[in-house]
Design a protein around this ligand. Structure first.
Ligand code: ADP
Length: 165
């Protein structure tokens, strides 16, 4: 049976850390749906449609290389409901450090209580990209720092434009 994974996040902006998780998740699922969270309460730098377009561009080579279908959707409801809507049996999350672990395990357990049929799978961040966080990328860019080592070229351009606007 084909296995579909749902990888939710803000992706504001997509980073090489996210792409590492996408590439590795593509080795364990047949189809990967990336859910761009557009919750009203969360103030994002980039609009949802820009985040979707950047993810699409950045994940195209992974889809081509692995043959895994990668679909990008937005969602503003519960991740488990969005996962179910995408017919996903697993939720994929990345773990960078102990603070990710504490938060992510708690969330996985609450999601598990709401949707026992959906399993959360954690992928440990790769050493080369483990330190990358979208929030720090935005802070560095706002202070004039070069974030090109952390995010794809198109994302860098979008972040710089959004900061100037
Ligand atoms: P959220 O607002 O849900 O934390 P993010 O876009 O920041 O959204 O992250 C989405 C997921 O990607 C989370 O599981 C997060 O732990 C993971 N992630 C973010 N950055 C990295 C990274 N550098 N390496 C591995 N996983 C990461």
């Amino acid at each position: 049976m084909a296995r579909t994974g749902f990888y939710p996040g803000s992706f504001d902006p997509v980073t090489y850390g996210h792409l590492d998780i996408v590439a590795r998740a593509a080795r364990i699922v047949d189809k990967l749906v990336l859910g761009v969270g557009t919750h009203h309460g969360k103030q994002a730098l980039l609009p949802g449609e820009t985040r979707v377009a950047l993810l699409h561009e950045a994940t195209k080579p992974i889809a081509e290389h692995t043959g895994v279908k990668i679909q990008i959707v937005t969602f503003d409801n519960l991740a488990v409901d969005a996962a179910r809507h995408s017919h996903a049996g697993v939720i994929i999350r990345g773990l960078r450090d102990a603070s990710d672990f504490d938060y992510e395990v708690q969330m996985a357990q609450m999601n598990g209580a709401m949707a026992p049929d959906i399993e959360t799978v954690f992928l440990a961040a790769s050493p080369a990209t483990r330190m990358i966080a979208s929030s720090l990328v935005k802070q560095i860019a706002r202070m004039g720092g070069d974030v090109s080592p952390f995010i794809p070229k198109e994302a860098n351009a979008a972040v710089l434009a959004a900061i100037k606007a």
